[in-house]
Design a protein around this ligand. Structure first.
Ligand code: SF4
Length: 386
């Protein structure tokens, strides 16, 4: 079966490193905690998966995510980078990001990351507040995050920080204080996420037993809006629903996802999108290793998106960016009258003040940003495109 899309050589690669010291209370990501005994087998498996792919590629962005890539010890990190450098070269001016846990941001590891080509660190700090960190079951304290940022800035010009708001019991005041700490910390990028309690996390069971309560929706809303106000007033570039950059330091890798371009992905649970095909690896680290040890593909889901699905997703992902989507460009590139097909939803959402229009460009308004998730189904599920 052939893809319905013109081939596009991926210029981005994601590597999933599924190891953490322990699992934080709110986390349901694809990872194993406290299983460092599996790291060598994982690296063996990753080597086989890359060999199965079998192509050396120059890429513009590399993203090491997890899990916590920096949880690997120095020997394992060296092995990982040797493996990656065999298959991928980073283009001049390319971006190589690595997620890091605050406690791992020590000279030895930071120097190694830089030496191996990483030029952007993304620290999963979540908060500077000790009480909140302990509630989230993080393994670091505020002072550790301060030191991690200071150390990272000595090695990298581009340092991103993830912060969570709406942790149980959190007030608007305490969140604003946390955010101010992030703003003044020297980082060049902030990603702010409202805490959600997902199935598979420890918090999910506790919530169902009413052992804690989620922050009231109105307060969550106030937290999000005050985040936008504080950051934009201070000159940060709000370029995606949850992402803010300083001095032009947007995350180029994530922009690949939001603009619907192709990317490669390797590791447990890794999802890739190439030429209209979306495929996903087995989420279990042990199963991923077993499959590759047997010489099988670790891919367990494979779906060919129709031209229409691709178009719809491109529109929805594009709307996540504050710049929005140019309907004329989309129609010209996809040979379909996008405007006509989305018309009922576009008219309604513009009328309600959730979307705005400037010539042929559609973007989220402030009210639309707040409820964006509820807008997507209308664009993803309308009647057939020609
Ligand atoms: S460090 Fe990050 S990936 Fe690891 S368990 Fe905690 S939230 Fe999940």
């Amino acid at each position: 079966m052939r893809s319905t899309l013109a081939p596009e050589t991926p210029r981005s690669v994601y590597i999933h490193v599924p190891f953490c010291r322990h699992r934080c209370g709110y986390c349901n990501f694809t990872l194993v905690a406290g299983r460092d005994d599996l790291v060598d087998s994982f690296l063996d498996a990753l080597a086989i998966e890359l060999q199965q792919h079998g192509q050396t590629t120059e890429v513009d962005t590399i993203y090491l995510g997890g899990g916590t890539p920096t949880h690997l010890n120095v020997r394992h990190l060296r092995r990982l980078f040797a493996l990656l450098s065999k298959w991928f070269s980073l283009a001049k001016d390319g971006e190589w990001s690595c997620e890091a846990n605050p406690l791992d941001c020590v000279d030895e590891k930071l120097a190694l990351l830089r030496e191996c080509g990483v030029n952007r660190i993304s620290i999963g700090g979540q908060s500077f507040d000790d009480r909140k960190l302990s509630l989230l079951e993080r393994d670091h304290r505020g002072i550790d995050l301060d030191s991690a940022i200071t150390a990272s800035l000595e090695y990298f010009e581009s340092v991103s920080l993830d912060l969570i708001f709406a942790a149980p019991g959190e007030t608007l005041d305490s969140w604003q204080k946390d955010l101010r700490s992030g703003m003044s910390s020297g980082v060049t990028h902030l990603s702010t996420y409202g805490m959600t309690v997902e199935k598979g996390s420890a918090f999910y069971g506790r919530l169902s037993k009413a052992q804690f309560a989620e922050v009231d929706e109105e307060i969550q809303l106030a937290m999000y809006l005050s985040t936008i106000d504080q950051l934009t007033e201070a000159g940060w570039d709000h370029y995606e629903i949850s992402s803010f950059a300083k001095n032009g330091r947007r995350c180029r890798h994530n922009e690949v996802y939001w603009t619907g371009r192709s990317w490669l992905a390797f590791g447990p649970g890794a999802a890739r999108f190439v030429d209209g095909w979306r495929s996903v690896n087995h989420r279990s680290t042990t199963q991923y290793i077993r499959l590759l040890q047997k010489g099988c593909s670790p891919t367990v889901e494979l779906e060919q998106l129709s031209r229409e699905q691709c178009l719809r997703e491109k529109f929805v992902f594009g709307l996540r960016r504050l710049e929005g989507v140019d309907l004329t460009w989309l129609s010209q590139n996809w040979g379909s009258d996008v405007e006509q097909k989305f018309q009922p939803a576009l008219d309604e959402f513009i009328e309600r003040g959730w979307l705005s229009r400037s010539d042929s460009r559609i973007s989220l308004t402030r009210s639309g940003l707040v409820i964006s998730d509820s807008l997507w189904p209308r664009f993803l599920g309308e009647s057939s495109l020609p």
